[in-house]
Design a protein around this ligand. Structure first.
Ligand code: RB5
Length: 151
């Protein structure tokens, strides 16, 4: 898979660890920045990751900021993005199986690098269950998007 990776300054220290996990699993990282520890605005990095997921340039996206909250809020504004902010491995697996999430958000200031890497691994290897009840629920999320996109 191709995985777009975006962080703000609050997530930059986790970037190399996450890149290594993705690459060890045989996937390709598309790094959209940021590249230095100067303060930047997380929506500027959430958007290119989400746009690449929606356009199909990449298969999934991973976003890191200090808490993961700003990134996840911004990502979920993009129609078609289902982003989960995850800080435990149970949720990492469940959100792929149940919600078919295409973007993962993490908070570098919330968890350590070891757990973050385990979460990324679990999220990347887990497939959507495809079970009818989960498909129906994801479709209902799409209906909510359609309703508000139509105005
Ligand atoms: C940056 O200081 C911080 O606000 C950001 O990384 C993130 O936690 C926002 O949700």
């Amino acid at each position: 898979m191709r995985i777009a990776l975006g962080t703000d300054h609050g997530g930059i220290r986790l970037k190399q660890d996450i890149k290594s996990v993705i690459e060890k699993l045989g996937h390709v990282v598309v790094d959209v920045g940021c590249d230095c520890s100067d303060a930047v605005d997380y929506p500027d990095y959430a958007l290119p990751v989400c746009e690449q997921v929606i356009s199909g340039e990449v298969d999934r996206g991973i976003l890191v900021c200090g808490t993961g909250i700003g990134m996840s809020i911004a990502a979920n504004k993009v129609p078609g993005i289902r982003c989960a902010l995850v800080h435990d491995t149970f949720s990492a697996k469940a959100t792929r199986e149940h919600n078919d999430t295409n973007v993962l958000a993490l908070g570098e200031r919330v968890i350590g690098p070891g757990l973050a890497c385990e979460i990324v691994k679990e999220w990347l290897v887990t497939e959507f269950s495809g079970e009818e009840r989960h498909v129906n629920r994801v479709n209902k999320i799409k209906l909510i998007e359609d309703r508000y996109l139509q105005g």
